[in-house]
Design a protein around this ligand. Structure first.
Ligand code: ADP
Ligand code: MG
Length: 359
């Protein structure tokens, strides 16, 4: 059902001469039909510019965009059948909820019973049917954003585009709406492109994520691939906390030995590595053991923070930056609960050690 989006060598240059910048810089991407696809990256990396080129609001400087096999690169927005949701809800204050949602249907000359049925269907999808006759000013932010979503999907768009739609909402509402938006996209089968700078939003909702930096795709994959197999320091650090360790590698991919001053540890890597190697290890891939446990590195606890269901420890390790360790169940009977200054042993999960590029 959904539409396939193919973006090839897309460029958008703002300004000219010395002040020219490529907000989107020779970017290529394929978005599969029905995918909930995330454009993730820091502020200013070109997410909105790319989304607005997909919508047709910004004319690309070079490159092409195709929906299925139809090139739409320079088509105006109304020729593309996209639905868009912005950070600001942009509802018309003088219209009721139902009238706001009906707007795109009026433009398409869909009236009468069909209009009414489709408006109610869209409002039901976002759980707002009972508010049909209210004005936007009588709704909370989360409710207004759900109306904006209903207004975008009521036209049955080929592509749904969302630009930081949850940024203005508080944390609890954001969580509820994440799930609702995902369900709507998956139930309808509409190809959805979702822009955010919030890595938690991307990891928890996406089928696929493209991580952007300075107008380029740095890495593309499923949330699990990006989180567990970051290719660069930028990806590893953008998607959460990590430990970066310089080690000397020897052996073969499936049984690599990594040596630092504190000792040696083994890793299961995808490729052979020899000599100077930078590896990333997430805090939750490290466990605290009693000193002297086999296959561990000796360290000393500097600081512990208990957060209820998790604990975070900072551990000094010879030959490496201070190591962050996350314990998932810090009060379980078998878990080591150290005090600052305690000697401990670190076990590094061999399959969670990932070699990365230095940039
Ligand atoms: P993001 O949505 O990832 O925060 P944007 O796509 O809004 O990033 O912006 C990418 C870059 O392009 C930024 O450096 C921004 O300043 C620049 N930019 C965006 N829109 C314009 C514009 N209309 N004129 C000039 N520069 C722009
Ligand atoms: Mg933006």
């Amino acid at each position: 059902m959904g539409t396939k989006i193919q973006i090839e060598n897309l460029v958008k240059t703002f300004g000219s001469g010395k002040s020219a910048t490529n907000a989107v810089d020779n970017l290529s991407l394929t978005i599969e039909p029905g995918d909930l696809f995330f454009l993730l990256g820091p502020s200013g990396c070109g997410k909105t510019t790319l989304l607005r080129m997909i919508a047709g609001f910004i004319d690309p400087t070079a490159g092409s965009i195709a929906f299925d096999d139809k090139v739409v690169t320079h088509d105006p927005p109304n020729k593309r059948n996209t639905g868009m949701v912005f950070q600001s809800y942009a509802l018309w204050p003088h219209m009721t909820v139902a009238q706001n949602v009906a707007f795109g249907l009026n433009v398409r000359k869909i009236t009468g019973k069909e209009q009414h049925d489709r408006v109610m269907e869209a409002l039901e999808a976002v759980q707002m049917a009972e508010y049909a006759d209210r004005k936007p000013t009588q709704l909370s932010g989360g409710q207004q954003q759900r109306v904006a979503l209903a207004r975008a999907i009521v036209i049955k768009p080929s592509v749904l585009l969302l630009d930081e739609p949850l940024s203005n909402l508080d944390a609890k509402l954001r969580n509820d709406l994440r799930l609702q938006i995902r369900n709507i996209c998956k139930d309808s089968g509409i190809t959805t492109v979702y822009v955010t700078h919030d890595q938690k939003e991307a990891l928890s909702m996406a089928d696929k994520v493209a991580l952007l930096k300075k107008g380029k795709v740095i890495q593309l994959g499923t949330p699990v691939e990006l989180y567990r197999k970051p290719k660069s320091k930028f990806v590893a650090e953008f998607l959460g906390e990590t430990n970066l360790i310089h080690a000397q590698a020897s052996g073969s991919a499936s049984n690599t030995t990594l040596q630092i001053e504190a000792g040696a540890f083994s890793a299961n890597l995808d490729n052979d590595h020899a000599g100077d190697t930078l590896v990333s290890i997430r805090p939750e891939a490290i466990t605290l053991e009693k000193p002297g446990t086999p296959n561990t590195l000796p360290g000393r606890v500097l600081h512990s923070t208990y957060l209820g269901e998790t604990a975070q420890h900072i551990v000094e390790l010879k030959g490496a930056p201070n190591i962050k360790v996350a314990q998932m169940n810090p009060f379980a009977p078998t878990t080591i609960a150290p005090n600052p200054g305690d000697e401990v042993a670190l076990h590094l999960s061999p399959t969670d050690i990932v070699p990365i590029d230095h940039d």
